[in-house]
Design a protein around this ligand. Structure first.
Ligand SMILES: [Zn+2]
Length: 304
């Protein structure tokens, strides 16, 4: 409970700070602070958005599940994450022959990250690596709206954007939250802005702490889902009420189920997921799809 109380007082403090001090210059904002520059205004906007609830209304379990536990809670957090979807399913993204789409590399869904994090940890998403590297545009996977953007200066995720999608917008019987991290720039969108499927929402890069090594340019892409329309934004993360993690490949299935436990038991053939995508000429494949891969695909050029 300490976590929510401190988040709330943190937000109240920032609200006072920002409203009391409305004129800053943009450059100073960029470099001076360790928090979101516009947190106060965002709080004001957030409260008006559909489904938004105060951070205190989300259970501690869910905070642990999204990874907001700090170092001490990690063992417990991983247990909850496994219960709430972060287990390997064996699903595999497939694209048509002759079409080139950026693919998930070795950093697949739900792999054990304890060797990387010096303590219990799971990979709660997939890493998609475009051949063109830094600068490749990232696109919205469905119609939705912006519910979070974070600098994450002091963690591995780097610059992050979160979108929220209604059941109508994706065709899934859930509220879906799509997460895009390691982006090059702080998102230009205001919180609450609607986005269209296929709209450019960011640029591929390698932001986020990485120790001494340099991260490859890649998109960390993740999906949260919930039956409840309620969600919050603590200033550090978007946290949907009663949320689960979804294998991002599962999101592209033409019908349910979508939960990892059931998906794990599908046959090898059923685990092959035909990924719907936006082609470089603006066409959708298949035509009526509500969901697309977070990168635009193009014609494959045969290499000799
Ligand atoms: Zn990742």
């Amino acid at each position: 409970m300490v976590l929510f109380k401190s988040n709330l007082s943190f937000l109240t403090f920032i609200t006072v700070l920002v409203f009391g001090n409305c004129v800053f210059n943009v450059e100073a904002r960029e470099h001076k602070d360790s928090i979101r520059p516009d947190a106060g205004n965002e709080k004001f906007v957030l409260e008006k958005l559909q489904g938004y609830t105060d951070p205190r209304n989300i259970s501690e379990i869910i905070y642990l599940m999204v990874g907001k536990s700090g170092k001490r809670g990690r063992e417990r957090a991983v247990k909850i994450q496994k219960k709430r979807g972060v287990i390997e399913t064996g699903l595999k993204a497939e694209f048509p022959r002759g079409v080139q789409c950026p693919q998930i590399d070795t950093e697949t869904w739900a792999i054990d990250y304890s060797y990387k994090r010096h303590g219990a940890a799971l990979h709660k998403g997939v890493d998609i690596v475009p051949e063109e590297g830094e600068g490749t545009p990232v696109v919205a996977i469905a119609d939705g709206s912006v519910v979070g953007k974070f600098f994450n200066r002091w963690n591995r995720k780097g610059i992050e954007l979160m979108l929220r999608h209604s059941p109508k917008q994706t065709g899934l019987p859930y509220w879906i939250y799509s997460q895009y991290t390691h982006l090059k720039n702080y998102p230009r969108f205001d919180i609450g802005t609607p986005v269209k499927k296929g709209e450019k929402i960011g640029i591929t890069s390698n932001t986020g702490l990485m120790g001494k090594r340099e991260r490859r340019d890649a998109l960390h892409f993740a999906i949260l889902y919930s039956k409840s329309p309620k969600w919050t934004n603590t200033g550090r993360a978007v946290v949907p009420a009663d949320a689960f993690w979804m294998d991002p490949n599962a999101f592209y299935r033409s019908s349910g189920p979508y939960d990892s436990k059931t998906l794990r038991n599908l046959t090898k053939d059923e685990k092959k997921i035909k990924i719907p995508y936006l082609f470089v000429d603006g066409s959708l494949n298949p035509k009526e799809t509500k969901k697309i891969w977070p990168y635009v695909c193009k014609k494959k050029i045969e290499k000799y």
